[in-house]
Design a protein around this ligand. Structure first.
Ligand code: NA7
Length: 546
């Protein structure tokens, strides 16, 4: 049997096809994996919980949902025709447009027939005798494949805090990550929003414009910058597209997978205060998450960080008219950039509206959800609708939501009890032929996800072709290589300020989740070079066998 051959049963039942790969998810990672592996002549099937493609952009339909990476960068680079023909209408694309793009890609490259929709993968079992994975779903599918590929997303398992009484609420409850497809009309309603991360910060200004009364329950104020979103400038688009290949190459070897981010050689304290202020003003007006990269040491030197944090705090104080509300909205408990920095459109201005109220749940904690609304220690708040903008079980959630185990009883959830362990974020020792796209220990959520996704998919596709070419059936991370990588991931994180914040990057948003800095912060470009080097050395640190 060759690597690409398939076994077909004489009758349709049961399905004895041995696929080359089963892919979890049909977001941007899943779609490209289908395409790339099919191009290599492999037979693949993807399972997708939603009834359409798009992943994050399929689920996150809350008002104001928008990407914080510029649309010319937050898009696939693998097809020159695709990147030339697709026209983005705004600098930062809104959810609906990104979802249209995902659908366009699925149609243009004929990917839909590889996907079974409305089907969630529930388990995967590796048989060391046959080197095959048996994958099962909540719709009763049982399929066998040589490789099992996790493309379920880094921010795809929504987290609902377990407030007592949640089921008793008589109004409507929403989570930003599972928003109704038909949309929600908040006109005339009293609305409570819990959470002020990216999702809350994007949704709050939009909801405030519709709702009769909006109350925001904030636990931690976040640093947010104005996005200065605008319609796509046709001259910018033309010149960007003319040099697309160069921009993409720059992104691939940049720190965050974003060509437009600055690459400073100066530290913040190298400039005199006046000059620094000028630099910050200029950066502020550019409206980008690259703001925290204006100086090379913002994310590593507390003193440097403080100069930038204070600049943004002052902007908040100047925008919000009521000084008490401004003080509540001003972050003081973490270094700027160590929780994901947000880009907004009129977020702070929203608190100047008469119909918007802010509750600080650190001083006045939520006690329970009542049939009428939310009870805090100090008051009862009545609502017609409550929006949970409370985030995700990030990076590991979607992987551990599947019962991944081997026939001889090893379970991934056991192995990762004290935090995820991977080699390069791509594989985890003890679970052969299981690949993670943008897994823990890879740059993933610290980068433009599209850059990281394309890199991983291409690396994995090449790797599978290598195995096929050599007649090898099995690949696994070597435990010692994995241990070294995990140590390196932690060491690099510890040279930065990131681990000091209680963020979803560290798992701190989920009670009981081990506190581990989940992504690799050594820079996308460096990481890419490392992965290429590993492959060039015959997949150094992996064990390949037949
Ligand atoms: P985030 O960034 O995890 O934000 C969740 C927010 O919800 C954050 O403000 C949390 O406060 C708050 N939260 C969570 N649990 C509670 C409870 N129990 N009580 C009160 N407040 C709570 O998720 P997002 O969806 O906004 O963004 C996720 C990423 O998606 C984003 O970074 C972009 O990359 C895209 P906390 O800060 O934990 O105190």
């Amino acid at each position: 049997m060759t690597e690409t051959s398939t076994l077909r049963a004489p009758t349709a039942q049961p399905d004895t096809t041995i696929l080359d790969a089963v892919i979890v998810g049909a977001g941007f990672a899943g779609l490209y994996t289908i395409h790339k592996l099919r191009q290599a002549g492999m037979q693949v099937r993807a399972f997708e919980a939603g009834d359409g493609v798009g992943g994050t952009w399929y689920w996150n339909r809350y008002p104001g949902a928008r990407c914080d990476v510029e649309s010319v960068e937050y898009s696939y680079s693998f097809s020159e025709e695709l990147q030339q023909e697709w026209k983005w209408s705004e600098r930062y694309a809104a959810q609906a447009e990104i979802l249209r793009y995902a659908n366009h890609v699925a149609d243009r490259f004929g990917l839909r027939d590889a996907i079974k929709f409305e089907t969630r993968v529930t388990s995967g079992e590796f048989d060391p005798e046959t080197n095959l994975w048996t994958v099962t779903t909540d719709r009763g599918d049982v399929v066998k494949a040589r490789f099992f590929i996790m493309a379920g997303g880094c921010l795809s398992l929504p987290r609902m805090p377990d407030f007592p009484g949640r089921d008793d609420f008589k109004g409507k409850l929403y989570h930003t990550g599972t928003w109704p497809h038909e949309g929600v009309d908040f006109s005339g309603l009293r609305v409570g929003v819990i959470g002020t991360g990216s999702s809350g910060i994007q949704a709050i200004p939009q909801i405030a414009r519709q709702a009769r009364q909006l109350t925001v329950f904030q636990r931690t104020p976040n640093f947010s910058l104005p996005a200065f979103n605008r319609e796509m400038d046709s001259e910018f688009e033309r010149s960007y597209k003319a040099a697309y290949a160069q921009h993409r190459e720059k992104a691939r070897f940049s720190s965050a997978g974003i060509a437009g981010h600055p690459t400073p050689d100066k530290g913040a304290l190298d400039d005199a205060p006046d000059e620094r202020q000028r630099v910050y003003e200029g950066g502020w007006l550019r409206g980008t998450t690259g703001f925290t990269r204006i100086y090379k040491d913002i994310l590593s030197n507390p003193e440097a960080n403080q100069t930038m944090a204070e600049f943004v705090r002052e902007k908040i104080r100047r925008t919000v008219k009521d000084p008490k509300v401004a003080a509540l909205l001003t972050p003081t408990d973490h270094h700027i950039g160590t929780k994901r920095i947000c880009l907004d459109t009129h977020y702070y201005e929203t608190y100047n509206r008469d119909n918007v109220k802010l509750v600080d749940v650190r001083r006045d904690p939520i006690v329970k959800i009542t049939p009428e609304g939310i009870r805090t220690e100090a008051a009862d708040h009545e609502f017609d609708a409550i929006v949970f903008a409370t985030g995700y079980d990030a990076v590991t959630g979607a992987v551990l939501n599947i019962d991944i185990h081997t026939k001889d009883g090893a379970r991934l959830s056991d192995k990762w009890t004290a935090g995820p362990r991977t080699y390069l974020g791509l594989m985890t020792a003890g679970f052969p032929n299981l690949f993670l796209i943008t897994g823990p220990g890879s740059p993933s959520v610290l980068t433009n996800m599209l850059t990281s996704i394309e890199h991983h998919v291409e690396w994995i596709a090449e790797c599978l072709q290598h195995l096929r070419g050599k007649g090898l059936a099995r690949m696994e991370a070597d435990r010692a290589a994995e241990d070294q990588w995990v140590e390196h991931v932690n060491d690099v994180a510890d040279t930065t300020l990131f681990p000091t914040a209680n963020s979803w990057y560290t798992g701190a948003n989920i009670p009981g989740k081990p506190r581990v800095f989940l992504p690799y912060i050594g820079g996308h470009g460096n990481y890419r070079i490392k992965c290429a080097d590993v492959a060039a050395k015959g997949y150094e640190g992996f064990v390949l066998s037949d």
